[in-house]
Design a protein around this ligand. Structure first.
Ligand code: AMP
Length: 381
């Protein structure tokens, strides 16, 4: 299939995966007159609720994947843990953007780190670990504290263990059940930041302002944009993200998570070749949202401006907010500079991403105060 094909409004786009990222992508795509089909093992999904067609089948179901792809012009994805084999089946019938190669690199922590190192991009020291003996040697090399992470299928801190001087390494390794893993040096970061970058079929890039991210229990809690860092640091972070996207020869959107160190240097933590939780502010606060940008990139259209319209703060709404009963939506809605986004998930389990709020302001402090006040008002404690 052609690398330069352009898909205009009216075309049909497939999304592999059916969570909130696909949902917001589908909303952006339908607004511009595209048809959206989604594929995942689940039914009545956040994406399916707003798509033209929801297909429920396993990613490994070859005939279902092939039939899905035959109804599409272009296929993209909203999460990276899709078997590369499924993407290859689809690529026989429709254009796939980003390519299966990008997916292959980014869905495996070790491959991603080796790719970044080969591209000359800065990242924390790491050692591949395949056994208890290798873990002991790796801890000997990197010291403690350090972090052991599964190579595949990790997200939001899942599949991670911090290793300290008194960790029982045999016990830690048994928890990894023989899965390939990566030991990473501990990074005493000052801030966590992320940068979204889109890259078009012609190699043009659009880089968003740097996001500053605060996590709670390994899950993103609050994003502030623009990040409270120096102009030189912001430029460096944006440049690193652009270099990563170009090295990947990406067509689509890339989120690059980074650590800012006290000495001002920046290390790349991980990448995701899709919209990202830290980019949700862009739906309300940017000229072009990350979802519209993904759409433009994968359809071969020119990119939109990534400029920020005003300072913004995004607060995640996890299922925990429902602990005291249905949140007080009216109280939060009474704040006129706060936007409420809900993902259509029925069960508010603890830790589950149910929605988010975006606060807009004349200053970052004002935006953050508004979004925090809105989240406080929601909870009936
Ligand atoms: P990850 O799943 O790799 O994004 O990690 C989840 C979170 O764990 C990060 O956002 C950091 O807060 C923390 N973390 C991960 N790796 C390191 C590291 N090498 N040093 C310090 N903190 C880390």
């Amino acid at each position: 299939m052609s690398d330069t094909a352009v898909f205009l409004p009216g075309s049909t786009i497939g999304v592999m995966g059916s969570g909130q990222l696909g949902r917001m992508f589908a909303i952006a795509a339908r607004r511009m007159g595209y048809r959206v089909h989604t594929f995942s093992p689940e039914k009545n999904t956040p994406t399916g609720q707003v798509a033209d067609l929801e297909v429920s089948a396993a990613y490994e179901d070859e005939s279902a994947v092939r039939a899905f792809a035959e109804g599409l012009d272009v296929l993209t994805f909203e999460f990276e843990n899709i078997p590369v084999q499924s993407i290859q089946w689809a690529a026989e019938s429709c254009v796939v953007r980003p390519s299966g190669r990008v997916l292959h690199v980014c869905q495996h922590r070790l491959r991603e780190k080796e790719f970044l190192r080969a591209a000359g991009l800065p990242l924390p020291e790491f050692v591949e670990v395949h056994s208890a003996v290798a873990l002991r040697e790796a801890v000997g090399r990197l010291g403690t504290p350090s972090v052991l992470k599964t190579a595949a299928f990790g997200y939001d801190g899942k599949g991670q263990r911090k290793i300290t001087a008194d960790s029982d390494l045999a016990e830690v390794w048994s928890g990894f059940e023989g899965q390939a893993a990566v030991l990473e040096a501990w990074v005493p970061f000052e801030r966590e930041i992320s940068v979204l970058v889109a890259r078009s079929i012609s190699g043009e890039t659009a880089v968003y302002p740097v996001c500053e991210n605060a996590h709670a229990n390994h899950v993103l809690d609050l994003t502030l944009v623009p990040a409270r860092i120096s102009e030189a640091q912001a430029q460096e972070a944006r440049h690193l993200a652009e270099r990563a996207a170009s090295a990947l020869e990406l067509v689509g959107l890339l989120a690059v998570e980074m650590f800012l160190l006290p000495n001002g240097s920046i290390l790349i933590n991980e990448m995701a070749p899709r919209p990202h939780n830290s980019g949700h502010f862009s739906f309300d606060a940017s000229v072009t949202s990350q979802f519209e940008q993904q759409l433009r990139a994968v359809c071969g259209l020119p990119l939109g401006a990534p400029d920020l319209l005003c300072p913004a703060a995004m607060a995640n709404l996890l299922g925990d907010v429902w602990s005291g009963g249905e949140p007080d939506w009216a109280a939060a809605a009474a704040l006129p500079f706060v936007k409420i986004h809900l993902y259509g998930k029925a069960q508010p389990r603890l830790g589950r991403k149910m929605g988010h709020l975006v606060g807009l302001g004349g200053s970052l402090e004002e935006a953050a105060a508004r979004v925090c006040e809105a989240r406080r008002r929601l909870q009936r404690l």
